[in-house]
Design a protein around this ligand. Structure first.
Ligand code: BES
Ligand code: ZN
Length: 856
């Protein structure tokens, strides 16, 4: 028997829960009555509870039989055994439990969060974060998604505080000086969606979407930061009602900004919780990227209200479906709300992030068996979210958007209030499309990795072949050898052939090793992944590549240019294309005006910075300045009237690169002037440019600037402003300033929700990485104790920046000696990414040096 699963002999259907949190002692007491059905005589009842002390246990039935039991904790499996001296007979029973617990500071279960009031004093609120399996830290329960129940909750709180849960308040009375708040029954739902928030909160007026009141909540003083998030919430809620063809299933929808929050946001039914940066924003002062982040997260969580909350996975191996689908829907909803943001084009960056992990031997299939909760935690990664959403998008484009939507509606209707699995979605999409969905999708869902499609000409035939794409030619130690026969996918290809001024699109399913397409005589360019929706990379023979490049800058769509650059860069990392070819290629993009294409170009320059010999760094900076010169002079430092949001953001991105990895003195001097002007008059600089100025000043900054930015971090007026200055603190180069910032990651000055990410940034920074690594080694135990689990995992990603053979050895030794397990394959993936980067350095270091000596 798997000790992480509960027996099915006792099944709950309803919880009446009463919780009384004490915000002065940071403890809470709980009482619940769970309606259960017992299917065979049991002398013990198993349920989940951990870090709770169960004090009273009894069962009773309608016939008036009652029996007391005793509670025995089994902390290793996060369970309690409730033992009864005589077996409890089959039938319906009410299980009554009382318990106590602490309001912890680990950002999970029932936890406390701290914020500064307007008079500068620290205040507390309490909130829950329960997914995946931390309901058991709040109330004893059957903490598996398949045990759906109705929840009827009561919170007993100080009369000065607000209490929020999944449903509307049905009554509020003061008893014995305490406020007793009763909430309406929820729909039948899984434990991981329960939420309680108590504090001195403020809320907006309700905005109505049909009959649903939608509100935003925040700590006092931040209401001015709510309008954008509220607009995003109402827009996406309306979009989803329409798309799913089912009204929002709850009686209200609250979105709450919690000052300390481990993840980005959590789709608790009717009471969605957020970290502040993902919900609260000053619309006039934010960058495009910051606004997009809010719109994304809000849309994502709203999308879950149906897909996930109403129809729920049966077990955590299906988490990819939940998260991938919400990510896919997030794109659709944001794209519908702000078409000018071209969200499906910018999604290319997310797809690229998934490719980067999925090209490792240590990748995993999207769907994967999960035994322990710890394995479920490790599944919240780019493979689940970004690869998952990419393959859903590929499928949607393959089937057609209308057919896909019809299948999704069918799936939701068929399983309302129930649990469902990947196979159920494929079945519904199969009904809608009349196509065998699993045949195409299984290769992408149940197998690791993705294909590289190679395209070449053979006379008048286009020949495409497939093979698995990996960075390293063979698995590193510890990874299994590849399977024989070689892995094959069913790949929906969308190929565009240009002949002079006309073009034709061909759709073929590449299921064998090779396929051929007869080209017209005058064919002069071929694009294999038209629209960029496919989850595969393409490698063109030189003549085909040249054909596409001749169409620059405007003959290819932005996503196609992006894909071309990104696929080529990946091929360089894999040793399939020489670095010098790629560097030549980047010169063809001087005229580029698309933000994504630039982001991938700049990311590759950043990667080169990590491997270049220090003595060659000035030459690399010269190369970066040269590549950027054209776009910077075209865009200038200030927006033009009528410019779109993406162009404004692009300006910020390229200026930042010019002043940091381009180390451009002139830009740095100009930055100082502009920043001073912006300090006098906040309207003097475009909001998209200001964060770039801050980053540049930090990059070239001294102690005086550091102290100034530290003060700005402490007194920031919006979560975004706070983040900009926080990350700026990690960008100063003098050793003593790096040490100061490192110190602040463990002394409580930087919230534990942010500190791991700051450390990660330092590990990836060329000037800070060695000090940061020493610091991590010396402070590992402290970090492990302080940071939320999820944060620690993200922190470790920073080791991929430690790109020297010596550091790599040291990293491996450290993790092995300390026997650190980050859950799932996470650590193996980081180590392999580091291996890839070091191997790249060893292979191409010389070529880079001689290329740089030629250009400058
Ligand atoms: N269900 C997740 C939150 C979550 C993540 C809970 C990990 C437990 C562990 C939520 O729907 C989510 O996906 N949040 C994202 C933001 C989203 C826009 C990608 C997050 O927290 O990063
Ligand atoms: Zn999600």
């Amino acid at each position: 028997m798997n000790p992480h699963r509960l027996p099915r002999t006792v099944v709950p259907s309803r919880y009446d829960i009463r919780l009384e949190p004490d915000l002065t002692t940071f403890t809470f007491t709980g009482v619940e009555t769970v309606a259960v059905t017992i299917t065979e005589p049991v002398s013990e009842i198993w349920l989940n509870a951990v870090d709770l002390t169960i004090t009273t246990v009894s069962v009773e039935n309608d016939r008036g039989d009652t029996q007391r039991g005793s509670a025995i904790a089994e902390p290793a499996s996060e369970r309690y055994r409730l033992a009864f001296s005589t077996p409890v007979a089959p039938g319906p029973w009410r299980l009554r439990l009382e318990w106590t617990g602490t309001l912890n500071d680990k950002l999970r279960g029932f936890y406390r969060s701290r914020y500064k009031s307007s008079n500068g004093e620290w205040r507390w609120l309490v909130a829950t974060q329960i997914e995946a399996t931390d309901a058991r830290r709040c109330f004893p329960c059957w903490d598996e998604p398949a045990f759906k129940s109705v929840f009827s909750s009561t919170l007993v709180v100080d009369p000065s505080l607000q209490a929020v849960s999944n449903t509307r308040i049905v009554s509020e009375n003061v008893e014995n000086g305490r406020k007793v708040v009763r909430f309406a029954d929820t729909m039948k739902m899984s434990t991981y969606l329960v939420a309680f928030v108590v504090g001195e909160l403020e809320s907006t007026e309700a905005a109505m979407v049909g009959r649903t009141p939608v509100r935003l909540w925040c700590v006092p003083g931040k209401l001015r930061l709510t309008p954008f998030g509220l607009a995003a919430a109402t827009a996406s809620l309306g979009f989803f009602e329409d798309y799913y063809g089912i009204p929002y299933p709850g009686d209200k929808l609250d979105l709450l900004a919690i000052p300390d929050f481990a993840a980005g946001a959590m789709e608790n039914f009717g009471a969605i919780t957020y970290r502040e940066t993902a919900l609260l924003v000053d619309q006039r002062e934010a960058t495009h990227a910051e606004l997009e982040r809010v719109a994304d997260v809000v849309a994502h969580e709203n999308g879950h209200m149906w897909f996930g909350d109403r129809v729920t996975i049966s077990w955590w191996n299906g988490i990819w479906l939940n998260e991938a689908f919400a990510t896919f829907m997030e794109m659709l909803a944001v794209n519908a709300w702000k078409p000018e943001w071209k969200r499906w084009t910018t999604f290319g960056v997310s797809r690229a992030a998934a490719f980067a992990v999925d090209a490792l031997w240590s990748t995993r299939p999207i769907e994967f068996p999960v035994r322990a909760p710890r394995d479920a935690d490790a599944m919240f990664d780019v493979l689940t979210y970004e690869k998952g959403a990419s393959v859903l998008r590929m499928l949607e484009q393959y089937l057609g958007a209308d057919v896909f939507r019809a299948g999704v509606r069918d799936y939701l209707r068929a399983h309302l209030h129930d649990n469902a699995d990947t196979g159920d979605l494929w079945a519904a999409l199969g009904r809608a499309s009349g196509q065998p969905i699993a045949m195409v999708m299984d290769g992408f869902i149940f197998h690791p990795g993705f294909p590289l499609v190679t395209a070449r000409l053979d006379g008048r035939d286009l020949v495409v072949t497939q093979q698995r794409f990996t960075y390293l030619p063979a698995p590193p130690e510890g990874e299994p050898a590849p399977t024989a026969p070689a892995q094959r996918w069913q790949i929906p290809l969308q190929i565009r052939v240009h002949s002079g001024t006309t073009s034709t699109t061909h759709r073929i399913l590449l299921s064998d090793d090779e396929a051929r397409l007869r080209l017209p005589d005058r064919a002069d360019a071929v694009l294999v992944n038209e629209g960029g929706h496919g989850f595969y990379r393409v490698r063109y023979a030189p003549d085909l590549l040249e054909g596409s490049l001749r169409r620059l800058p405007d003959g290819l769509d932005a996503i196609e240019r992006f894909t071309l650059v990104n696929d080529t860069w990946a091929s360089v990392l894999a040793g399939l294309v020489p670095l010098t070819d790629y560097l030549d290629l980047t010169a063809r993009f001087r005229e580029e005006r698309d933000r994504n294409v630039w982001s991938i170009l700049l990311a590759s320059f950043n990667a080169l910075h990590r491997i270049v010999e220090p003595s060659d760094r000035p030459r690399l900076e010269t190369l970066v300045r040269e590549r950027l010169a054209r776009i910077v002079s075209t865009l200038g430092w200030a927006p033009r009237p009528g410019e779109d949001d993406l162009t404004r953001q692009l300006r910020g991105d390229v200026l930042r690169a010019l002043g940091t990895i381009g180390n451009d003195r002139e830009a740095q001097a100009r930055t100082a002037e502009l920043y001073a002007a912006a300090t006098r008059d906040p309207g003097a600089v475009d909001p998209n440019v200001l964060p770039a100025l801050i980053a540049i000043l930090a990059h070239a900054g001294d102690r005086r600037r550091y102290d100034e930015f530290l003060e700005r971090f402490r007194t920031a007026k919006s979560p975004q402003e706070e983040q900009r200055y926080l990350y700026a603190l990690a960008a100063f180069q003098p050793a003593d300033l790096i040490d100061q910032t490192l110190g602040r990651t463990v002394n409580g000055e930087i919230r534990t929700q942010d500190a791991p990410f700051v450390v990660r940034t330092l590990l990836m920074s060329v000037s800070a990485r060695e000090r940061a690594w020493q610091f991590v080694k010396a402070n590992w135990d402290t970090m492990d104790r302080l940071y939320p689990k999820h944060g620690l995992r993200r922190l470790c990603e920073g080791v991929t920046g430690l790109v020297t053979p010596e550091l790599e050895q040291d990293v491996r030794r450290f993790f092995a000696e300390r026997k650190i397990d980050l859950g799932g394959k996470t650590l193996a993936q980081y180590l392999e990414q580091l291996r890839v980067a070091v191997a790249f350095r060893e292979r191409e270091g010389r070529a880079l040096a001689s290329y740089l000596s030629r250009v400058s």
